[in-house]
Design a protein around this ligand. Sequence first.
Ligand code: EPZ
Length: 421
Amino acid sequence: MDKLIITGGTQLSGELRISGAKNAALPILAATLLSEKPIMVGNIPHLHDITTTMELLGRMGVHLLVDEKMNIEVDSSSITSYEAPYELVRTMRASILVLGPLLARFGEAHVSLPGGCAIGTRPVDIHLNGLMKMGAEITVEGGYIHARAKRLKGCRLVLEQVTVTGTENLMMAAALAEGTTILENAAKEPEVTDLAHFLNKMGANISGIGSDVLVIEGADRLGVDNLHYTILPDRIETGTYLVAAAITGGSVKLKNTRPDILDAVLEKLTEAGADVTTGDDWIKLDMHGKRPKAVSVRTAPYPAFPTDMQAQFIALNTVAEGVGIITETVFENRFMHVQELQRMGADIKLESNTAICTGVNKLTAAPIMATDLRASASLVIAALAAEGSTLVDRIYHIDRGYDHIEEKLAQLGATIRRVPN
Ligand code: EPZ
């Protein structure tokens, strides 16, 4: 397995271009299954999860053409299989996103039940209950979800918990259902909004976009000529590099990004002592060489502080001035990075879903191991500030969500290299 060796102590500085959002690209590529016409999707990030999604769609008979700028032309006009096999789903839970589109367009889907993962059990009961209320017959056997429906029927669904992919699956299913679907307590994450705009460009009729009540008028068919859609920038990649600059006391400018979808994170970075300025599509952060101040955050669904930035802020707090209290309310086991940070000398106490971080003057390098995507980002951030050279193992996790991370960090002056196994 590849490893990263990072030598800490350099203040990051320079400019970086942010890639397209992984969590928008995944549902949008799944949504192409709904279209009878080919679609060009632009600003796709170069990530392992995208490769997995392309393999999954390819196995169903979807034709995909990728150009050197990672624009992907997708043609779902001749599907031959309605199956998402275990060996792909187990590497990427987001494969569940093909369930709604397959059922809505073809009336049939066989999707491996996504197992749990390091950060929690992550059930899909809300996805399945919603589809059954829309008239789908669903059985789960042999580790697969088997779903059939002559034609899904629109109805009013009140989601018992805010779920991002649950909202996305049900919105895609409703786009081709008969009649109107009202999704209440829908997720409002910018990636959900991006998917809704994409569906409307395909000819769907969705209103309430950006709110927690989505109204979807089902269409008989979807697909328009010459559609070219550009994915929105990745807010979590943006936040991750801002924290990397903050922990090193550095100064960076991130381009091709969206400050307007990162309010909660930018507010906390300012509280940590960063000087943050923004434009329409750029964010500049300058710590003026100062040590960050500890901040407290409580994760919750958008527009509150994102759970996908929790691990990065714990890393920031490990060397900050003071005590920061981090409370995780979305996933039940999203502190796997804490024990690895403790190996580097961090002073963190865990009390149920809260991490109490007392800043230390410095971390020291130690061999550490990534456990999940955002935890691995947190370890890289800590290594950038630690004394000595840190070896981060199992970084296949990080390759799932960060496009060319060592190149981008090296561009900002970090001393980092990948050690292939
Ligand atoms: C999406 O996961 C993201 N993944 C996650 O990003 C992100 O952390 C999460 O939303 C929360 O923002 C993608 O978009 C591909 P949820 P998702 O359904 O949709 C419970 C990353 O690092 N729940 O919003 O799987 C669930 O257990 C990844 O990029 C049910 O109980 O998350 C959790 O406690 C990690 N039943 C809560 O809801 C369901 O049917 C929120 O989960 C569905 C969810």
